[in-house]
Design a protein around this ligand. Structure first.
Ligand code: SF4
Ligand code: SF4
Length: 450
């Protein structure tokens, strides 16, 4: 079986957050393979744990993917301060005499954004709304590489590593079957609070869960890499639930046009046409602009926003929300059917790019997370839930189609749902047991008592 077929069969998708089906992404040729181990957002521990624990296996997968792509370079990019991880990877590279480089990045946000990473490693800027492949690169997460390693041994994706941090006794790493309730994960980390809110992912781009029913219904998927346990009234939740009407009102009255949101915007710094301060300046007349061409001229740049949140969570001295405003404008542009052309096919990074990085430590303080920064997970627990719920959509693209029905007995690793045509991915049983429910959203399995 070739590499693409093995990856497709195993249901591998991008493990770093986006969930792009890997067999589609890698079905190409590229000059440079970049492995993202930079842990983009503060507090997440997962990539570091994988690098320390599975370096030889990760390397094996990198070499297989490098050969498949015909890449002249393979580079593992991670933060220079990750010394134990760099040592583990360097040892594996040395022992295998492997042609793989290690690229050490600064401690800034968003170091793990793939466009920022491509610019740092190669000096090339990906075009606006483009892909790393547009400049000859493929970027994949280190967790994806571990899943590719297993896929080449015939093992499907059925488990997930994730860290649980924040208001817990101490940060922990977990290895859990896909579909495990997130409440089981929090319980295993011994939370300090009886009532809590959760962020699934990182504090900047993760998904906040505040309502009890949302928390109770959430499960670990192929893209869940981290859970942050926080008090329900935490600053991050207050920002997340602010209505867009209030944000518009505040923008009109409080934006001082200081330009900081633009100066520190990572997409602006790699040379894209995006100036959030201009969108904020013109927001007051958004409802009056009816001519599509004029709307595109005034607000079109908002489509180049990647939602990283630097502008609103770090740059803005008035605590305004350019990111939320850009999201609102993007929605309006879609509704109006306006097509925004790229400003240039070959953007160039701005000369000040290295001087305008957002330092992770200071960002963490601004986010109200300083108490948890610098705490690390040293051990890994394995959980065995009694029941799992496996969603059909754990990836970008079409949901997988169920091949099992209620009452069927399944073994761990057996196919539960088949990838749809095009962009989609297989889903496998993560525990052995009986299918107790098949809904539009996914499959529930009750585990077999051994
Ligand atoms: S940083 Fe804030 S105050 Fe300054 S221009 Fe941007 S939105 Fe306005
Ligand atoms: S969220 Fe803000 S800083 Fe990030 S890309 Fe969008 S405008 Fe730029």
């Amino acid at each position: 079986m070739n590499l693409i077929e093995a990856i497709k069969g195993a249901g591998v998708v991008g493990a770093g957050g986006a969930g792009f089906p890997t067999h589609v992404k890698l079905n190409t040729k590229a000059d440079c393979l970049i492995i993202n181990a930079a842990e983009c957002e503060p507090l997440i521990e997962t990539d570091k744990y994988l690098c320390r624990t599975w370096a030889p296996q990760i390397l094996e997968a990198i070499l297989a993917v490098k050969a498949h792509l015909g890449a002249s370079r393979a580079v593992i990019a991670l933060k220079a301060k990750y010394q134990p991880e760099i040592e583990a990877l360097s040892k594996a590279i040395q022992e295998a005499s492997a042609p793989v480089e290690i690229f050490q990045m600064g401690t800034f946000y968003p170091a793990g954004d793939e466009q920022t990473m491509v610019q740092q490693v190669t000096g090339r800027s990906v075009p606006e709304r483009g892909l790393p492949l547009d400049v000859g690169c493929v970027v994949d997460n280190v967790g994806t590489m571990l899943n590719i390693h297993d896929a080449l041994k015939g093992q499907p994706v059925v488990d997930k590593y994730l860290s649980v941090v924040g208001e817990v006794k101490e940060p922990v790493m977990l290895r859990v079957p896909l579909g495990t309730p997130v409440t089981d994960c929090v319980k295993a980390a011994d939370p300090n609070l009886s009532e809590y809110g959760l962020i699934v992912g990182g504090p900047m781009m993760g998904k906040p869960l505040i309502k009890e029913e949302d928390i109770q219904g959430a499960v670990v998927t192929k893209t869940t890499g981290n859970l942050i346990v926080l008090p329900k009234d935490h600053y991050l939740f207050q920002r997340a639930v602010k209505p867009i009407a209030a944000i518009r009102h505040q923008t009109r009255s409080a934006c001082i046009q200081c330009h900081m949101c633009t100066d520190l915007c990572p997409r602006y710094l790699i040379g894209h046409k995006i100036r959030p301060h201009m969108v904020m300046r013109n927001l007051w007349r958004e409802q009056e602009l009816e001519d599509p061409q004029e709307y595109e001229r005034v607000f079109g740049e908002a489509v180049n926003c990647c939602d990283c949140g630097v502008c609103e969570m770090f740059a803005c001295p008035m605590q305004l929300s350019p990111r939320r405003v850009n999201q609102f404008i993007k929605q309006r542009i879609r509704e109006k059917g306006i097509q925004v052309p790229r400003s240039t096919p070959t953007p160039q990074a701005r000369p000040e790019i290295q001087l305008r990085r957002t330092p992770t430590g200071r960002l963490t303080t601004r986010l109200g997370l300083a108490a948890y920064y610098g705490l690390h997970a040293h051990s890994c627990q394995e959980l065995s839930p009694e029941e799992v719920f496996l969603p059909f959509s754990q990836h970008i693209g079409k949901p997988a189609q169920p091949v099992k029905k209620e009452g069927d007995t399944v073994e761990r690793g057996e196919l539960l749902a088949q990838a749809g045509e095009g962009l989609s991915a297989n889903i496998h049983a993560s525990i052995s047991g009986v299918v107790t429910e098949v809904t539009e959203k996914g499959v529930r399995i009750r585990g077999r008592k051994e």
